[in-house]
Design a protein around this ligand. Structure first.
Ligand code: HH2
Length: 289
């Protein structure tokens, strides 16, 4: 399975990509306020790359439950210095822009980004055209409602089926606007309008069906999220959820995820190596049987 991101084509048949999270926001749920200064953000970018991140996912708008939208101009004010510096210093680095806003995506692509990570799966009517014109990788994530409202009703009859139908609709919309099918990746949206049980169900039982329904790589973002703390009874800061996040990363790989969006890159890179080896050993056993 390939994933096309402008000039770059990933072969994800056996490989799992680690996407390092870099939020230039004052209020993201885990790293908010830490990388707001451009120099701090650039240093963090280099750190994540040195730890083995394949992709940097840069966002300027928190989408944690209850958060309000950030205007495009403010998002771009936060993003521009980092994206320009990165592109100047290391143009080969694969940058993903985490935004719901087509204007922000367009500017980020002009500044060298290769992927648009849209947690609203085309809520901006211009987003599909921006994706199509650039040939960028396009992550379509499931969310019911908006970050402000998404936790008010987290009941589903069948969460996996509903996510699949929604993403299939969004994919069709993207392709009708000219986005190449090979550019699209799907994301079940762990924690976005989901109960802890719903998030766990998507992680443990949703990835295979999403992959099969779309024929596209599945991205999973479970890192440090609160449903993990619910399982361990943890009440501490989100940065203390590293073991839980690594367990989720292992499950995601064994279930067939191709891209993991994480805060703890160095640890996840090691987990991915072990989980991929375990997955491949399992395949060899099946082939021999
Ligand atoms: N989760 C968050 C943000 N963007 N993108 C994708 N594709 N999948 C996700 O699961 C996902 C995402 C939320 O995490 P974070 O960026 O750490 O926090 P915040 O939204 O508060 O900035």
């Amino acid at each position: 399975m390939i994933w096309r991101c402008r000039d770059l084509t990933y072969d994800l048949s056996g490989r799992v990509l680690v996407m390092g999270i870099l939020n230039v926001t004052p209020d993201s749920f885990s790293d908010g306020g830490r990388w707001l200064e451009p120099a701090a953000a650039l240093a963090r970018a280099h750190e994540l790359l040195a730890q083995g991140a394949d992709i940097l996912d840069v966002g300027a708008e928190s989408t944690r439950p209850g958060s309000a939208p950030v205007p495009a101009e403010e998002q771009w004010r936060r993003l521009e210095p980092l994206l320009r510096a990165l592109h100047r210093e290391r143009p080969e680095v694969v940058v993903s822009c985490d935004t719901r806003d087509a204007t922000v995506a367009e500017r980020a692509l002009a500044a060298g980004a290769r992927i648009v990570n849209d947690v609203s799966a085309l809520s901006d009517p211009r987003m599909a055209a921006v994706g199509a014109a650039s040939g960028a990788g396009l992550v379509l994530m499931h969310m019911r409602g908006t970050p402000e409202t998404m936790q008010t009703d987290t009941r589903y009859d069948d969460v996996v089926a509903e996510v699949t139908v929604h993403l299939a609709e969004r994919s069709a919309l993207a392709q009708a606007a000219g986005v190449a099918p090979e550019a699209i990746a799907w994301d079940p949206g762990i924690g976005f309008g989901k109960s802890a049980e719903g998030s766990l169900e998507l992680l443990t039982r949703g990835i295979g069906p999403l992959r099969a329904a779309s024929g596209r790589p599945v991205l999973v973002g479970a890192s440090r999220k609160s449903f993990l703390a619910r399982l361990t009874g943890g009440v501490g800061p989100s940065a203390d959820r590293v073991p839980e996040s690594l367990a989720a990363a292992t499950i995601a790989v064994l279930q067939g995820a191709s891209i993991l969006r994480v805060h703890d890159v160095a640890e996840t890179v090691k987990v991915v190596r072990v989980a991929c080896a375990a997955r491949d050993a399992g395949r060899q056993d099946t082939a021999r049987a």
